[in-house]
Design a protein around this ligand. Structure first.
Ligand SMILES: Cc1cc2nc3c(=O)[nH]c(=O)nc-3n(C[C@H](O)[C@H](O)[C@H](O)COP(=O)(O)OP(=O)(O)OC[C@H]3O[C@@H](n4cnc5c(N)ncnc54)[C@H](O)[C@@H]3O)c2cc1C
Length: 430
């Protein structure tokens, strides 16, 4: 009898560094490569007038899926994209097509973990196998259990820095089992059909982002090997204008078209072959922040998304929609905040310096529930990732991992320091 499997792609939209996918050929005859857009992305949890899946995210995801499908076709497979409740869709296919096993990626945020747990309940724990391919450092390799994860980043880093090892990243998948015949002609969901005006991004964007593994690997190659801008990363990373002030890896890391382990491996190779300095170290340091927020999300589950945050700190949040809309449309009257918010609205990206400032403004000056801001970011950001987004928002808003109680950024001082000649403000406010 033919052995059948489903590979459920989540935030691993690539064919490099796919340890499980690479080996399916040995045990299965037929395979369904599946990606499901969760229908909750179209919901509106706070009753505001936008959903969780804005146009830039849709554009970037579509480009990513097209690129993945192209790569799969080269090895006689294809990507099926559906929309709905992931666990229910997979369970229906599982029953109807007598599937033997479902493979997928481990998740760290509570909603995504709930999807996997629900699927386990529907089809049986023994029929689903998940693996870690999202982070640089495996949670199992930490020198402590997730329950004992240090609360602050510095103590986390000090505990692991000299001890962690990173698994070698796998080469591209070479062979896969044949496509499940009955899925050959399934159309992709309407939500991925974009209107022309939805796809226009101004030339002044911080980076001409294009979704997909091919563009991701090109950018990594260019930033590390060709331009070697990685060598000045630490001194440029707080800037606001241009393609090279930071790596711009985040959108690809967020949907997994770039593997964090591959970035680590590439930086180490560069350090061995060319040079190692504080900047090459600092890029890995930032990837540790990314892992840190994922581990925190795993530890705290749904608390990560509550107003009191993981600090369990009750604050008297404001829910003034007009004030919130001023912030979100770039109409606060504070140039540095508005320029950043307009950049986000028009491109789906914002620098880290900008994000810290606008988050601080919403939470500390307008005193609006930080989750509204995180939710607007979720709608807009092409690098949206639940753990990094909600984790950073909590941090800035005084309900997360920051040891300082309320760290307010002064936008005037910040713009004097990071935008001395008003280059950034002029770029986005003119
Ligand atoms: C309020 C707020 C919300 C954010 N939301 C997101 C989000 O949804 N998705 C996201 O990927 N990042 C988020 N960040 C973190 C950070 O702003 C972006 O990762 C970074 O700006 C992306 O640009 P880059 O790839 O050029 O970063 P670089 O400076 O080149 O850093 C390299 C990589 O390290 C990781 N990284 C860097 N800083 C952080 C950080 N503070 N937290 C977690 N990872 C980090 C990212 O994967 C990034 O691609 C947020 C930060 C703030 C303050």
């Amino acid at each position: 009898m033919s052995r059948k499997a489903i590979y459920w792609f989540q935030s691993d939209l690539r064919i490099h560094d796919q340890p499980v996918l690479s080996n399916l050929n040995q045990s299965f005859d037929e395979l369904l490569c599946l990606y499901i857009i969760p229908n909750r992305w179209l919901n509106n949890p706070f009753g505001l007038d936008f959903n969780r899946f804005g146009k830039y995210r849709r554009k970037f995801l579509k480009e990513t899926l097209v690129d993945l499908d192209r790569s799969l076709k080269k090895i006689d497979q294809k990507l099926i994209v559906l929309i709905g409740n992931p666990a229910e869709i997979i369970s229906d296919i599982f029953q109807e097509h007598n599937i033997d096993k479902v493979f997928t990626q481990d998740q760290f945020a509570s909603e995504e973990r709930d999807d996997i747990n629900y699927l386990r309940a529907l089809i049986g724990d023994e029929n689903i196998v998940s693996h870690q391919s999202m982070l640089m450092v495996d949670p199992e390799s930490l020198p402590f259990k997730i329950d004992s994860l240090p609360f602050g980043f510095t103590s986390f880093r000090k505990k692991i820095e000299d001890k962690f090892s990173v698994q070698n990243s796998y080469d591209d998948v070479k062979d896969l089992p044949a496509t499940l015949i009955s899925f050959k002609d399934v159309k992709w969901p309407e939500i991925l059909v974009l209107e022309e005006e939805e796809t226009i991004i101004p030339e002044k964007t911080a980076f001409p982002f294009e979704g997909g593994e091919s563009a991701a690997l090109n950018r990594m190659n260019q930033y590390i090997w060709e331009s070697q801008h990685i060598l000045s990363y630490k001194s440029t990373r707080n800037r606001l204008v241009g393609t090279e002030y930071s790596s711009k890896f985040s959108p690809w890391l967020a949907n997994g078209s770039l593997s964090a382990r591959r970035v680590y491996q590439e930086v180490k190779k560069f350090e061995d072959q060319i040079r190692s300095n504080i900047s090459t170290y600092w890029l890995i340091f930032e990837l540790l922040w990314r892992d840190f927020f994922h581990f925190q999300a795993l530890k705290f589950g749904a608390e990560f998304f509550k107003a009191e945050g993981i600090k369990h700190r009750k604050k008297d949040w404001n829910y003034d929609v007009d004030l919130f809309n001023r912030w979100r449309t770039g109409n606060t009257g504070v140039d540095f905040i508005d320029a950043n918010m307009i950049e986000l609205k028009e491109t789906g990206f914002m620098s880290n310096r900008g994000r810290q400032n606008v988050a601080s403004w919403l939470a500390h000056d307008y005193k609006i529930d930080w989750r509204w801001g995180a939710y607007w970011f979720e709608h807009c950001l092409i690098d949206y990732d639940p753990c990094s987004n909600y984790g950073n928002w909590m941090y800035v808003s005084g309900v997360g991992n920051d040891s300082v109680t309320d760290r307010r950024f002064n936008p005037d001082l910040q713009s004097e320091k990071y935008d001395k000649k008003n280059q950034f403000i002029k770029l986005w406010l003119n």
